[in-house]
Design a protein around this ligand. Structure first.
Ligand code: PBG
Length: 335
């Protein structure tokens, strides 16, 4: 035989017994993805009746505002509880101070109002950061090459109120400036938006996986890695715990880890340590990888995608922002 000592529990213990039939596998399954776990990010573009394919994200389109109600309505019929709205801001509206972020009639605000007007019981989440509006492509104000913290926070507070006024339910600061959650909470409360929820992009890493997103929102000017003075170093884990602790102390209702796949350990630690609603952002590059491999015939997209999303649940995520939300919801619906 092998020369190894006999397994003391074998043959009485056979792990394969619980895997032997479909009904049994279903019965002992520990973690299960449901449609309630999905948040669908949408890109909005100027125009009428416009659908623009995002070339680096097969299956993802930018939609004009007039198409939002129908598409979001369909997502709601699939059971998706919330969407996240991102703008493709026309170049002419981008300025060094990102002032379009504060325009109550900017793309995001019009998109939010349109969704709220036509689709009931659908959560709407908005990013708070300057990158879609800033001609530098950075999440904050830039002065002499430095990303200013406190001056940026002041603008983000105003941006939050503008978006909440438009009807946004969940304010999601994605900028990684220090102290912004506490300031935004206070300003929202003072403006009468006590019930607007804050989902903090609490542990957001300076990642190469955002590439296709910057293409989708047209903020491609900033090179990968340029955001290292505010987004986190991929090598750090304890620092993520400190970031999350601060955001919770400042008033975050929910926290997010971003990206998702390379940071499963962080999702797990955050959920274990704090027990607060914890979300994973399955970012553009993670989606693009699967789609690209599938287009080459190297991966089975539906199977790999469902496995990936289940992995987030197993890691401890309560929900997932994913471009695959509708694909997953359709699969879940059809059983
Ligand atoms: C901007 C923002 C980014 C994403 C969400 N909000 C990009 C960045 O920080 O450069 C990325 C999402 C994705 O890649 O899917 N604050």
């Amino acid at each position: 035989m092998t020369g190894f000592p006999a397994c003391p529990t074998f043959p009485s213990t056979r792990m394969r017994r619980n895997r032997s039939a479909d009904w049994l596998r279903r019965m002992v399954q520990e973690n299960r993805l449901t449609t309630d776990d999905l948040i669908w990010p949408i890109f909005v573009v100027e125009g009428l009746g416009k659908r623009e394919a995002v070339s680096s994200m097969p299956g993802v389109e930018r939609l004009s505002v007039d198409l939002l109600a129908e598409e979001v309505g369909k997502a709601q019929e699939l059971g998706i509880p919330a969407v996240a709205v991102f703008p493709y801001t026309p170049e002419g509206l981008k300025t060094p101070d990102g002032s379009e972020a504060l325009n109550p009639d900017n793309l995001v605000c019009r998109g939010v109002r349109e969704i709220k007007k036509h689709v009931s019981n659908m959560g709407v989440l908005c990013d708070v950061a300057l990158d879609p509006y800033n001609s530098d492509g950075h999440d904050g104000l830039v002065k002499d090459g430095e990303i200013l913290n406190d001056e940026t926070v002041d603008i983000l507070c105003q941006q939050s109120v503008v978006q909440a006024d438009a009807g946004c339910d969940v304010i999601a600061p994605s900028d990684m400036m220090d102290g912004r959650i506490g300031s935004i909470r206070k300003v929202l409360d003072d403006a009468g938006h006590q019930n607007v929820t804050i989902m903090a992009y609490a542990a957001k890493y300076a990642s190469a996986f955002y590439g296709p997103f910057r293409d989708a929102v047209g903020s491609g000017g900033v090179l990968m890695g340029d955001k290292k003075t505010y987004q986190m170093d991929p090598g750090n884990g304890d620092e993520a715990i400190r970031e999350v602790a601060l955001d919770i102390a400042e008033g975050a209702d929910m926290v997010m880890v971003k990206p998702g796949l390379p940071y499963m350990d962080i999702i797990h630690r955050v959920k274990n340590e704090f027990g607060v609603p914890t979300f994973a952002y399955n970012v553009s590059g993670e989606y693009a990888m699967l789609r690209a491999a599938a287009q080459n015939g190297w991966l089975d997209y539906p199977a790999a995608m469902m496995e990936m999303l289940t992995g987030f649940k197993r890691a401890g995520a309560d929900g997932i922002l994913t471009y695959a939300a509708r694909d997953a919801a359709k699969i879940l619906k059809s059983g």
